[in-house]
Write a protein that binds this ligand. Sequence first.
Ligand code: UDP
Ligand code: MG
Length: 321
Amino acid sequence: MSVDPECKPELSVVLPAFNEAEGITVFLAQLTEVLKRCCPDFEIWVIDDGSRDATWRSLCTALSEHHRVHGLRFTRNFGKEAAILAGLRHARGRAVIVMDADGQHPTDLLPKMLNLWRSGQAQIVAARKIRRPSDSLSARLKARLFNGLMRTLTGLDLDGASDFRLLDRNVVNTLLAFPEKVRFFRGMTVWTGFTTVPIGFDVAPRIAGNSQWSTAQLTKLAITAITSYSAKPLGMIFRLGLLGMAAAGLLLLQALYSWATHIAVSGWTSLTVVVLFFGSAILLGIGVLGAYLAQIFDEIKGRPEFLVAEVLGDGQEDRRC
Ligand code: UDP
Ligand code: MG
C-alpha cells in the first residue's frame, strides 16, 4: 500500500507498543471502530519499541487488514519517549493523538477530544487520570512521589497527567523542532504553553499482559524529567553547602572551646556526625552533578534517539514479518 505524502489525514493516532502481542490486535480493532465513527479520515502509527514477543507479527497481520494502520519497528527497546518521538515524526495528521497501546487509555474519549480541537477551543487536549483502580498501591505511591518531586523541583504540576494527549499540528511541529535528544513528552507539551484543555478519565485495566516499567526505568525517567526541566537541584547543593559551612563554623568554635578547656576528647560524637553528614552530602552532590553531566554528555554525543529496523505501510515497506 502506498500513501500519497501530500494527502494529509485529519487525524494520526500514535501508539507506542512494547511486548503487547496479546492485546494489540483487540485494541486496534476497538480503536478503528471508534475512529470510523468519529473521524473517518485517520491513520494509525504503531511504534514497536523493540518488543521481544510476537507484537510485530501481530502488527503485520493487522496491517494487512487495515490499510490505515502503519507500523514501525525499532532495532531494540529505546523506551516509550523514543517511540512517541518516532510516531510524531511519521504522523501526517492535522491533529495527532498519542495513547497507550494496552487499552488503558479509553477510546471513547476520542470524539470528545476531537470536538474540543475542531471547535478551536484547544490546541492540546490533555487527558488526566481521575481514578486508577487497576494500579497497585506501590504504583500509586511511586506516581505520587514522582509528581511531588516534579512539582517541587521544576514547578510543573503533573498530578494525574498522562501521555494520552491530542496535539494540534502546530504543537507537533513545535515539539519536533526542539533540538534536544533527551525528551520528556508530558512535560514538554506543558512547557510549550499552547492552549490546553484537560479532560478526565478513569484508567481502564490492561487488555492483556503487565506494565513493562521497571523501578530502574522509572527512576531514569524521573531523573531525565527533572534534569531536563530544572537546574534547581544544583542550587539546592549550593544552599546545602552554605548551611554546612555555617554548621562547621559553629562546630569549630565548639572544638576550640573543648581544646581550650582540655575536654577535647568529648567531641568525638559530634565529629562522627559531621563526618557522616558531610560525607553523604558530598556524595549526594556529586550524584546530582553527575546526572546533569550525563545529560549534557548524551546531548553532545548527538546520537539518534532510536534506530528503525522496519517500516510498514508508508509506501517504503520492507516486509519481513
Ligand atoms: N511502552 C513502550 N516502551 C517501553 C515501555 C512501555 O513503548 O519501554 C509502551 C507500552 O507498550 C504501552 C505504554 O508504553 O503502550 C505504557 O506502558 P505500560 O502500560 O507498561 O505503563 P503504565 O500503563 O504502567 O504507565
Ligand atoms: Mg499501561
